[in-house]
Design a protein around this ligand. Structure first.
Ligand SMILES: Nc1ncnc2c1ncn2[C@@H]1O[C@H](COP(=O)(O)OP(=O)(O)OP(=O)(O)O)[C@@H](O)[C@H]1O
Ligand SMILES: [Mg+2]
Length: 352
């Protein structure tokens, strides 16, 4: 096997590490490595430790993610999975990875990147070109509506034309938003304000019907350093999805609490002060995301809706990543869907 494999126990012991893993990480095997805390064996590879440390923390683990090993100037592509016992409790984790820096893979990656870059450029170009004619259709349909004021049939048709043109325009705007590189404007922000605004905006994007929305924010929640506008988009998209999943009746609960990213003592040698975070859960009691789709819903253009563009969650992930935050998903037909967004409180502590 050309791929690296590392298996760890829940208690932090290294269970297995193959030769390719040693080679890719530039480490030499010692005979007693298996059974030792993996944080010790991998202490020279803090980037890898950080990834492994999330294995028991996230319920939606990275699949085909990339990691740059800075000091080795190497890029690996990895997939992290939990190993569970018969009761479904995680007892360990496995990381599979591949050195993407190898010549042939580098070529492959570059081809892919080129293709994505030109696809992005093309998408941005088309979106831009479409904006003007769409605006034209909307304006002219509006003018025509005044000229046929006495024909209710024509009025109804023109109203439909305007609605559809608006919809197409919204997709175009979203697409431009997605392909454009993100520049954050960080300000001290009140999360409760963002959430209230997001619910209002979501009502303009999706039909709320009789859905109840409860926002629960502790009174002593700290201000967080984020891009207010971008964050508002994150929650607008999540709430709009929840409205759409509920189809007019049900409950959305948005809860906020403070948290901290603490390093599990088993995972790090030196103690670090926990990183203060704010955790926002957006939960609905809708039908849930089918398990076979959970890996795909964050992909751009993946949608199960006839009118969807499939960019909502891709934008969510892009914005949360830019804030060095985390996105997690928990969903089942019984409990509904819960998206969790974790954001660091302070922007400057994210640098490393
Ligand atoms: N709360 C939810 N409950 C159930 N399924 C969901 C939920 N949120 C997202 N999904 C699923 O994830 C898919 C992708 O969502 P995403 O927001 O990226 O795109 P979309 O809503 O289909 O289109 P749009 O670009 O208009 O947002 C949805 O089509 C839906 O199948
Ligand atoms: Mg959506």
């Amino acid at each position: 096997m050309r791929n690296g494999v590392i298996a760890i126990h829940r208690d932090g012991a290294l269970m297995l590490m193959n030769d390719d893993a040693y080679r890719i990480f530039g480490l030499t095997r010692s005979t007693d490595d298996v059974g030792r805390p993996f944080a010790e064996v991998l202490q020279g590879r803090p980037d890898v430790l950080r990834v492994l440390a999330t294995a028991f923390e996230l319920s939606h683990l990275p699949n085909r993610a990339e990691l740059r090993l800075k000091d080795l100037d190497r890029v690996i592509g990895y997939t992290l999975s939990q190993v569970k016992d018969d009761e479904g409790q995680p007892i360990g984790a496995v990381m599979f990875f591949k050195d993407l820096t190898r010549v042939e893979q580098l070529e492959e990656r570059e081809r892919l990147r080129d293709r994505l870059a030109s696809l992005g450029e093309m998408a941005a170009g088309i979106a831009h070109e479409l904006k003007n004619p769409l605006a034209g259709i909307e304006v002219m349909a509006g003018l025509l509506r005044r000229q046929v004021a006495d024909s209710p049939d024509a009025q109804a048709l023109l109203a439909d034309i305007i609605t559809e043109a608006k919809l197409a325009n919204a997709i175009v705007v979203e697409m431009l938003e997605f392909v454009r590189p993100l520049r954050l404007q960080i300000d001290r922000t009140n999360v409760a304000d963002v959430l209230h605004q997001a619910v209002t905006l979501a009502e303009t994007k999706a039909t709320r019907g009789d859905v109840s929305v409860e926002i629960d924010v502790p009174s002593d929640l700290p201000m967080i350093e984020v891009d207010h506008h971008q964050l508002c988009q994150v929650f607008t998209n999540l709430v709009a999805n929840a409205f759409e999943a509920l189809g007019g009746s049900g409950r959305i609960t948005i809860t906020v609490r403070t948290g901290a990213i603490e390093e599990d003592p088993a995972f790090s040698k030196e103690p670090h002060a926990p990183l203060p975070t704010v955790v926002v859960d957006v939960a609905d009691n809708g039908p849930g995301v089918p398990p076979e789709l959970t890996d795909r819903i964050f992909d751009p253009f993946f949608t199960t809706k006839p009118q969807g563009s499939g960019l909502g969650l891709a934008i969510v992930r892009k914005i949360v990543d830019a804030h060095d935050g985390r996105t997690d998903l928990n969903s089942s037909p019984e409990t509904g869907t819960r998206f969790r967004v974790t954001l660091p409180v302070n922007a400057n502590e994210r640098a490393n």
